[in-house]
Design a protein around this ligand. Structure first.
Ligand SMILES: Cc1ncc(COP(=O)(O)O)c(C=O)c1O
Ligand SMILES: [Zn+2]
Length: 407
């Protein structure tokens, strides 16, 4: 198969890199690298009709992905996630056209599988045998699973108060799992320190160039599911930012291939909790780089990322799209989780719950109109967070003896 990658390119200073070599960050400025394709050649070689008979998984877009050697792909069947129309949930907000793209169906129960399927497949191509990652939880679980599938040695570093399910999935997958007294940024420092002496390949968010190409497939799938017409608004929970950045890249590439019905792009809404809101704060101050958010604390562990190396890439995408970055109250998270599940039966993760808070605010201030076509990404399975509604459950006491008068 022909591979259409031309080079890697620093998102900050533009320095170019050879895709045949293994890379992490730009060696000139320590910022992330984009994977660049020969879009003109791709346009000729990959008409969208080619998709017709391909299986419903992320590899259906193979020509738009960085894989050189399909035999080295490491897969757990990354299924196309369903785009569910949610009329009852929409009615609760007074909107006409609301969809949830349910990423909880992917292997290991989160969208992180997309990025790790790509990163571990590329690592496998390069003959890498030992990988390490700092994680807020789900990325570690996904990396542990894909490394097990590839027969690689995995090292996972996570904050000690990461949800128990994430700890268990890493342990069960055979990853050497370490709990760190600190946040994901502290875990990142440890991986950075161990990289050379221990021979680990660093798979950290955006410090590894190919995870973003996996995340890009969310945007490709969404466009295909909507008949190559993008929605008006996308609400996305933001931690390190690969999901949002990857989708924005997908839309630009689809446009270059001439696959989109119109040039209109969605407003990208970067959603955070007030407990950890570096991107929302930088956006409101008009800044391109986000200072570290002090005392970060949120039950939505996947977005507990106080400093992101791709901060400027998130903020650029949000601004180019005409969207916004905002944070909503931490205390509302269980309420929104319950609203999603009780109106539609969709178990929203706490990260996605903040998107409902953002939707409420942005409808009130007119950024989103009730007639807009809106898509929310459910980035993970609620089942991975038994801690998130623990206190709520204790309060309502669902175990009380049956009182027939009250039923
Ligand atoms: C469920 C969930 N949602 C959202 C995020 C944030 O993702 P990103 O790093 O793409 O911003 C994470 C990251 O860990 C996550 O686990
Ligand atoms: Zn650079």
């Amino acid at each position: 198969m022909t591979n259409f990658v031309t080079h890697l390119e620093c998102a900050n200073c533009g320095q170019k890199y050879d895709p045949a070599q293994v890379h992490n960050l730009c060696t000139a400025c320590n910022r992330p690298l984009w994977v660049k394709y020969d879009l003109a050649a791709l346009k000729k070689a990959f008409p969208k009709e080619k998709l017709k008979d391909r299986p419903a998984n992320l590899w259906r877009y193979l020509e738009m992905l960085p894989i050189k050697d399909p035999i080295r792909i490491v897969s757990l069947e990354e299924t196309v996630s369903p785009l569910l129309e949610t009329k009852r949930l929409g009615a609760a907000f007074g909107v006409q056209s609301l969809f949830v793209k349910d990423e909880s169906r992917l292997p290991t129960g989160s969208f992180k599988a997309r990025g790790m399927a790509m990163a571990i497949s590329k690592a496998n191509e390069f003959g890498i045998k030992r990988v390490a990652v700092p994680t807020a939880g789900n990325a570690g679980g996904a990396m542990a699973a894909y490394s097990a599938r590839a027969g690689m040695e995995a090292y996972v570093f996570m904050p000690e108060d990461t949800p128990a399910t994430n700890k268990k999935e890493c342990y069960l997958s055979g990853a050497k799992t370490f709990l760190v007294n600190g946040l994901i940024t502290d875990c990142g420092r440890i991986v950075g320190e161990g990289r050379k002496p221990k021979g680990w390949f660093d798979v950290s968010t955006l410090k590894e160039p190919y995870r973003i190409e996996g995340k890009k497939t969310m945007g490709l799938e969404l466009a295909e599911q909507l008949g190559w017409e993008l929605p008006d608004v996308i609400l996305y929970p933001t931690g390190g930012g690969t999901g949002l950045i990857g989708m924005w890249k997908a839309f630009a590439e689809l446009e270059a291939l001439g696959w989109l019905k119109s040039a209109k792009k969605p407003k990208m809404i970067s959603c955070q909790s007030e407990g950890c809101a570096p991107i929302a704060v930088a956006f409101s101050k008009g800044e391109r780089f986000a200072p570290k958010f002090e005392n970060a604390a949120t039950i939505a562990s996947g977005i507990r990322v106080p400093a992101a190396v791709g901060d400027f890439m998130i903020l650029d995408a949000v601004r180019q799209s005409g969207g916004v970055a905002l944070a909503t109250p931490e205390a509302d998270i269980p309420k929104w989780m319950r609203l999603g599940a009780s109106t539609e039966g969709i178990a929203l993760c706490p990260e996605t719950a903040v998107c409902l808070g953002a939707l409420e605010v942005l409808l009130k201030n007119g950024t989103i109109r009730p007639t807009d076509r809106i898509v929310i990404f459910n980035t993970g399975a609620a089942h991975k967070y038994p801690e998130a509604v623990h206190e709520e459950l204790a309060r309502v006491d669902i175990r009380q003896p049956i009182d027939w008068e009250k039923i």
